[in-house]
Every structure is written in structure tokens, then in C-alpha cells.
Design a protein around this ligand. Structure first.
Ligand code: R5P
Length: 284
């Protein structure tokens, strides 16, 4: 029997874990007047397997309390401590792009690996690294949202053309395409700044009878998707559908995308108004 602690926003995933094998734990997380976190575990964790469910969007705000909760569980005698992070942060800075930079993916992995025994996550942004074990030294497991995304598309979109905005999206697109037997095309992308990207799109005229579904792992500034939608419009494909695994949606990117898309939907790896594809069962 394991004890499962859900950080705010992660209750659905915690609840989806089998009742026979897991019990929900209780803890308090609040802030002192100076902003520091206070944590207290109310459940028995001695000699138990503790699972903490915490999606790591806004990682700078969440990581300290997450580590403190895990360390508190350890101090109370927990036998094994697992982190179930539907979204795993800091995966994109996986190499030095400019002199003077560090490799934040590695530093973040070192931080989490020093406290947890295991990490389970959904579609981490693996691009230049191909395996999560290249980044994380602890036991790890990668789950995939491609099946629930494919099922959603099958139910909701007639004659889909899957479009990935960059080369990195091919890993998701090829898998979805295989499961639902739909064509896919990945664009090429060059990034010049946080919100400054250029994409190259081939001629799509042979797909005029299809409904374009843009799929990516992360939408942050929305710059990548907005650029793809602009290029699609130039080829006469207006208002495509947008699907994302991890809906970060920084600033007003969600509203901007809604204006130019037929629909913007996401998996509930991060709690957001766009959540429509349920991935909670993947952990179960
Ligand atoms: C990066 O390569 C990812 O797959 C996404 O394409 C990227 O993170 C999207 O970022 P943004 O929404 O800021 O363009």
C-alpha cells in the first residue's frame, strides 16, 4: 500500500490511482507571512512507499515546497519516495546554446534526484537527449499521451491532417498517426528568441480536403503555434484545431490562440481551462 499526496491541482490524478494499492495522504502546505513555506504531514508514512503528485509548471514556485514535503516524509521514515510529475519542467535547456549559460535540465535533475527515489512523468521534452535516464540518474518511467490524444482526434475530427510545428514534434506525431492512420507532416523551426520563431511549411495543397490538427508537446508563449497558424492561413487553411500535451499558456497566449483556431484543447497534465483529454488513467 502506498500513500499518495497531491499538490493542489493534482487531485484528479491522485484519485485515479487504484484504491487497492494506494491511499490518499493528507498534508498542510501554507505560507508564513514572509512567504516561506510551512509543510506538515498528517498521515502515517513510516515504512511506506510515498508518492507525491505534483505537476511542475511554475517550477520556481513549487520546487522548494515539493522537496521539503519529500524530505519531511523521509524524516518520518518513508521507505521509498516517488514523484509523479505529469509535467516535468526545465527539460528544454538541455545544452549550452550561448556562452555563459548552464544546462538547467541537468541541474534540475540533480536537485530532484537527490531527494526522490523515482520519477514518473508524461512526455518530457526529450529532444537532444533521447531517454530520461540520460538526464535523471534515479529510477524513472515515461508515460505517453499519444494514445488518449489519438482517441480524441478519432472521435472529434473527420479526415485529420496532423501537423507538428517543428522537428521535435515528430516523436508524438508519428505515434498518433500510426494509431489513428492519419497523415502527418512536421515543419521546421528556427528560434531566435523567447517569442521569436520562424517556421518553414511545405506546400499542403494536396490536403485541401483534410482538417488540420496542430499538435505539440508544450505551448508556452504560443509563438510557435501562432506562427504555424499564420502560415496555414496563407495556404488557405483557416482556423485549424490545436492540441497540446502540456498547456503552460504563458501570459495571454491561450486567448490569442483561441482567436485564430477552431478549438484549443489540452491534456490535463497541468490544470487549465483548455483541459479536454484526460490522461489521469495513465498513472493508474
Ligand atoms: C519546443 O521545441 C517545444 O516542442 C514547443 O514547440 C515550444 O516549447 C513551444 O514554445 P512557445 O509556445 O513559447 O513557442
Amino acid at each position: 500500500m502506498s500513500v499518495v499526496f497531491a499538490f493542489p491541482g493534482n487531485e484528479a490524478i491522485a484519485a485515479s490511482l487504484s484504491k487497492d494499492q494506494h491511499q490518499l495522504g493528507e498534508f498542510t502546505w501554507r505560507h508564513f507571512p514572509d512567504g516561506e513555506s510551512y509543510l506538515r504531514i498528517h498521515s502515517e508514512v513510516s515504512k511506506q512507499h510515498v508518492i507525491i503528485v505534483c505537476s511542475l509548471n511554475e517550477p520556481d514556485r513549487k520546487t522548494i515546497p515539493l522537496l521539503f514535503l519529500a524530505k519531511t516524509a523521509r524524516s518520518l521514515g518513508a521507505q521509498k519516495i516517488s514523484l509523479y510529475a505529469p509535467y516535468l519542467a526545465y527539460m528544454r535547456q538541455d545544452r549550452v546554446f550561448h556562452s555563459g549559460e548552464g544546462i538547467n535540465a541537468k541541474y534540475y535533475a540533480e536537485l530532484l534526484s537527490a531527494t526522490f527515489d523515482e520519477i514518473v512523468t508524461i512526455d518530457p521534452h526529450l529532444h537532444r537527449q533521447h531517454d530520461l535516464s540520460d538526464v535523471y540518474s534515479i529510477e524513472n518511467k515515461v508515460l505517453h499521451a499519444t494514445k488518449p490524444i489519438g482517441e480524441w482526434i478519432l472521435q472529434h475530427v473527420k479526415s485529420p491532417l496532423l501537423l507538428g510545428p517543428d522537428e521535435e514534434s515528430e516523436q508524438w506525431l508519428s505515434e498518433i498517426s500510426r494509431t489513428i492512420n492519419a497523415p502527418y507532416i512536421c515543419l521546421t523551426k528556427q528560434r531566435f528568441g523567447d517569442q521569436d520563431v520562424t517556421l518553414a511549411m511545405p506546400d499542403l495543397s494536396e490536403y485541401k480536403q483534410h482538417h488540420v490538427v496542430l499538435v505539440d508537446d508544450i505551448i508556452s508563449s504560443g509563438g510557435t503555434m501562432l506562427e504555424a497558424i499564420k502560415l496555414l492561413a496563407k495556404q488557405g487553411f483557416s482556423k485549424p484545431m490545436v492540441i497540446v500535451v502540456h498547456p503552460i499558456f504563458a501570459q495571454d497566449s491561450y486567448q490569442k490562440l483561441q482567436q485564430v483556431s477552431a478549438n484549443v484543447i489540452s491534456c490535463n497534465t497541468i490544470s487549465h481551462a483548455s483541459n479536454e483529454i484526460d490522461i489521469a488513467n495513465l498513472f493508474g
